[in-house]
Design a protein around this ligand. Structure first.
Ligand code: SAM
Length: 232
């Protein structure tokens, strides 16, 4: 399947053309909810870095992306960040590691630019459809994601951001759309199914309490902190 180029996807999000406004108005609610346990309320620092935010406003964060959009402050590859070591209090890396060629290099860069005691928030997909932003290379289990961490980073909180209900809804929508030959039909199916099925997303509130949510989890998260002293 050839996806709409990423730049167009982002441009449509902020476009004020009547057709895009109408599309946003008719867009069904997201087929997912976030785990309320995900944000333990770690304070945001004075200098914060957001990786891969070309499609969103990131107030309080310096926004870095490969793609130059009005939201981006610095155009750079997250595998080689143009910043001095230990300058950021917080790094947000949400749904980016599946799109980079070398996720280990990105984690190394996050570790380098974080100050000792600083936090990073990593979010990665496990069961999620292919989405080229601008490429899509892999999926992660929480164990696989943790294998990428250097000893300087300690995990302080982990879990599932979006659970099995999100997985089933997202895949059902994609599957039905893939059966349909014409774009207009796919848009109609997205609207009809999206508006019909979205309340099922609340089933994840039950799954988040269970320890087997990860069998079909959609996205997992890690909160990590850079150690103040070298790990022995
Ligand atoms: C799935 S989107 C992230 C969505 C974002 N977290 C949000 O919630 O709006 C992935 C983003 O990462 C960016 N990206 C992909 N590879 C990158 C790289 N090597 N360095 C910097 N940004 C990259 C893409 O351009 C895209 O904007």
């Amino acid at each position: 399947m050839i996806e709409t180029p990423l730049r167009e996807v982002y441009a449509r999000r902020r476009s004020s053309h009547w057709r895009d406004r109408l599309r946003r108005l008719l867009e069904p609610p997201a087929p997912l909810i976030h785990n309320p346990q995900e944000d333990p309320g770690f304070p945001v620092g004075a200098r914060n870095l957001y990786l891969g935010g070309a499609g969103s406003l990131t107030p309080g964060y310096l926004n870095v992306d490969l793609l130059a959009t009005p939201e981006v402050d610095v155009v750079a590859n997250a595998e080689a960040l143009p910043f001095r070591p230990a300058v950021f209090d917080r790094v947000e890396c949400d749904a980016v590691l599946e799109h980079v060629r070398h996720p280990d290099r990105v984690i190394r860069e996050i570790t380098r630019v974080l100050r000792p005691g600083g936090y990073a928030h990593l979010v990665t997909p496990f069961c999620h459809p292919f989405h080229a932003y601008p490429d899509d290379y892999r999926r992660f289990t929480p164990q696989g994601l943790k294998l990428l961490l250097p000893p300087e980073l300690e995990v302080i909180h982990e879990g599932w951001r979006t659970g099995p209900a999100a997985t089933m809804l997202v895949f059902t929508l994609e599957f039905v759309k893939q059966l349909l030959p014409w774009r207009l039909w796919r848009i109609a199916a997205h609207g009809v199914l999206g508006w019909t099925l979205w309340p099922l997303r609340y089933l994840d509130l039950l799954f988040f309490r269970r320890n087997d949510a990860g069998r079909l989890g959609n996205h997992c998260f890690l909160w990590v902190r850079k150690r103040e002293r070298p790990h022995s």
